[in-house]
Design a protein around this ligand. Structure first.
Ligand code: ADP
Ligand code: MG
Length: 638
């Protein structure tokens, strides 16, 4: 008796981890439109377990036994209202049952909860977020998982009704010899899922490309029936694969339920042999901007699944999904080898080049489809410009920009260069959070007045790549908010005209000197501007050092980091500036001019989207000026 207790502890009840409990609550009370997806998730887990076993058995047959006849069986029992999904894969130990199915929240759990809170319908998202197992509770009032890890003596049963807790206990005698049996006791409104015909249809629809054969069997039927043959789609010739099959396979490998924007399927022969079936999704995966920047390409070796954790592509292609299957790699690839293997490195290089050339082809043949890809993943591709110098030119060809010439459409760098003004030597850009706001900033006035196109960069990554970018076709990239504008050589457009007389150079010099003295450390310099056409003043970054927007970004990240004082530029053709210059050169009115310097600096800060450095003083000055104009003016009207 005591002996038995030691070997077989009694049933233990454990609470679900908090996020898992919330997720289960959602599933149990699910209002999800498409409940069918639970089966896809259970079959995908079963197939994963079989693929893992196949791999381990090849590497170490004595420990893991026979890998022949790996399969998934789905058994229906309409009378009892049950559905059973079994596999003879790796199985789970007691600890694995506890961890995988309850106490450790999977990385996607929180993200899934957030995503469904906003969209309301999670059925299309379940697979993508790695929370598939729990979808069983959409249709089951109780779920029982019996599992024996490959090579293990004992088997264990996990059981839950999905309301806060689960139990684990030693399994009975009829536990699987190896692998996992998931039994769903169907809820009253989900009995339809115990009907064989219905189940067969769902499997054909959602799981047609699982790489392990799937069988269906009704409880009392004599034999099971093969519904999915488990052949790998990627080894079939292209001509035998329909668009529908590609799309189904895409859903299987990515967990996305949209259409792939681009399908790349080929076989490389020669020094190395491998098959590639990759997809560019149409929409962003939820974890696209997580700091790990991990890809999810599945690596196979001679059709044996190895890992989806190897960095088979550079991280700036992490949105690509699919399979690479090598003929030449050894099966027992260790983590070490995955990182340093020269064969893998050459596959990585070749496949990366291929993806870039396919994207280029798509851009040439179907600009609209490519624009969608760019909108979803352009921000990620741009990371490659500064991370991968070798591919910079190829990536430049793929970039698209909103510009002052086209704030909503997409322009290429070649378009830009072809339309450059006479004497224009640089590619100008402005950085901000929003294209329209950036386009409206005063720093752009002088460019617009000369018909110079300016790239409007609004992705956070833009601040980084433009610094690394050495230029395109010999034209350097230059920020419109940094350094001298050097625009004299480019004539103003006729319609911009020279409406206002500029201030006299001597007057202006006196004014800038006065301002500079008064503003002191708050500015690096005060100087006349060419980049303004109508506004009085704007701020730019000094010639050396970071662009203003980039500096702001860095300051936001490192609090307390000192800012580099900006250059205050004044527009000589602005009436106010001219009047101030005249006043300055006439001498006197020092207090008033100092006030004007403070106010102009503050208003330029505001135009840059910043708060004035001393809001209270700014406010007091502004109100004082208004008072002068409206209240102190003596007998104006009455
Ligand atoms: P995911 O499959 O994305 O990891 P799931 O919620 O579907 O997320 O499954 C959770 C984990 O439970 C799996 O990663 C796996 O470790 C384990 N698991 C689920 N079903 C099985 C099974 N049939 N055989 C072995 N392990 C399984
Ligand atoms: Mg799963």
């Amino acid at each position: 008796m005591s002996d038995e207790q030691q070997h077989a502890p009694a049933a233990e009840t454990r609470a679900f981890e908090a996020d898992v409990a919330r997720l289960l609550h959602l599933m149990v009370h699910s209002v999800y439109s498409d409940k069918d997806v639970f089966l896809r998730e259970l079959i995908s887990n079963a197939a994963d377990a079989c693929e893992k076993l196949r791999h381990r058995a090849l590497v170490d047959p004595t420990a893991y036994g026979d890998d022949s006849a790996l399969k998934v069986v789905v058994e229906t029992d309409a009378t009892a209202g049950r559905l059973v999904v079994s596999d003879n894969g790796v199985g789970m130990s007691r600890d694995e049952l506890v961890e995988n199915l309850g106490t450790i929240a999977r990385s996607g759990t929180r993200a899934f909860l957030e995503a469904t809170a906003s969209t309301g319908d999670g059925s299309g998202l379940i697979g993508q977020f790695g929370v598939g197992f729990y979808s069983a509770f959409m249709v089951a009032k109780e779920v029982v998982v019996e599992s024996r890890a490959a090579g293990a003596e004992e088997a264990w049963t996990w059981r839950s009704d999905g309301t806060g807790a689960f139990t684990v206990e030693p399994a009975g005698d009829d536990a699987p010899a190896r692998g996992t049996r998931v039994t769903l006791v169907l809820a009253d409104d989900a009995k339809e899922f115990a009907e064989e015909a219905r189940i067969e249809r769902i499997i054909k629809h959602y799981s047609a490309h699982v790489p392990i054969p799937v069988f269906v069997k009704a409880k009392d039927a004599a034999a099971e029936k093969e519904v999915v043959d488990g052949t790998a789609l990627w080894v079939k010739p292209k001509s035998e694969i329909s668009q529908e099959e590609y799309k189904e396979f895409y859903s299987f490998v990515s967990g996305h339920w949209d259409q792939p924007a681009l399908t790349i399927h080929y076989r490389a022969e020669g020094r190395q042999e491998y098959s590639v079936l990759l997809f560019v999704p149409e929409t962003r995966p939820f974890d696209l901007f997580e700091p790990e920047r991990r890809g999810k390409i599945r690596l196979y070796v001679r059709r044996v699944f190895i890992t989806d954790d190897a960095e088979l592509l550079p991280s700036w292609l992490r949105f690509v999904r699919g399979v690479i299957d090598s003929q030449d790699l050894p099966l027992n690839l260790s983590r070490e080898m995955l990182q340093n293997n020269p064969l893998l490195a050459s596959i990585r290089k070749a496949v990366t080049n291929r993806i870039l050339s396919e994207l280029e082809k798509l851009a040439e043949n179907d600009a609209e489809a490519y624009a969608k890809v760019w909108e979803a993943f352009g921000a990620v591709l741009k990371e490659g410009i500064y991370e991968d110098g070798e591919r910079r030119d190829a990536l430049y060809k793929l970039t698209r920009f909103h510009t002052t010439a086209d704030t909503t459409g997409w322009r290429t760098l070649s378009d830009y260069v072809a339309d450059m003004r006479e004497n224009q030597t640089a590619i100008f850009y402005a950085i901000g959070d929003d294209a329209e706001k950036v386009a409206a900033s005063p720093q752009l006035e002088g460019y617009r007045a000369r018909g110079i196109e300016v790239l409007l960069l609004t992705d956070p990554v833009d601040s980084f790549w433009v610094q690394a970018a050495v230029g395109f076709e010999g034209k350097p990239f230059q920020s419109v908010t940094q350094g001298k504008a050097d625009l004299e050589a480019i004539p103003l457009l006729d319609e911009a005209g020279e409406k206002e007389e500029p201030a006299r150079a001597g007057d202006l010099a006196t004014l800038t000197a006065l301002f500079k003295q008064h503003l002191g450390e708050r500015v690096s310099d005060v100087r006349p501007s060419e980049r303004l056409a109508s506004s009085a003043a704007c701020l730019v970054a000094p010639d050396l050092g970071p662009d203003r927007q980039f500096e702001r970004l860095m300051a936001r990240q490192a609090e307390g980091r000192g800012r580099i004082p900006p250059v205050l530029e004044l527009n000589p053709r602005n009436r106010l500036v001219r009047a101030l210059a005249e006043k300055a050169s006439a001498g006197g009115a020092a207090d008033q001019l100092n006030e004007a310097a403070d106010l102009l600096l503050a208003s330029a800060e505001i135009l840059d989207g910043e708060a004035p450095s001393d809001p209270a003083a700014f406010n007091a000055r502004l109100l004082a000026m208004m008072e002068q104009a409206f209240a102190a003016g003596g007998p104006s009207e009455g």
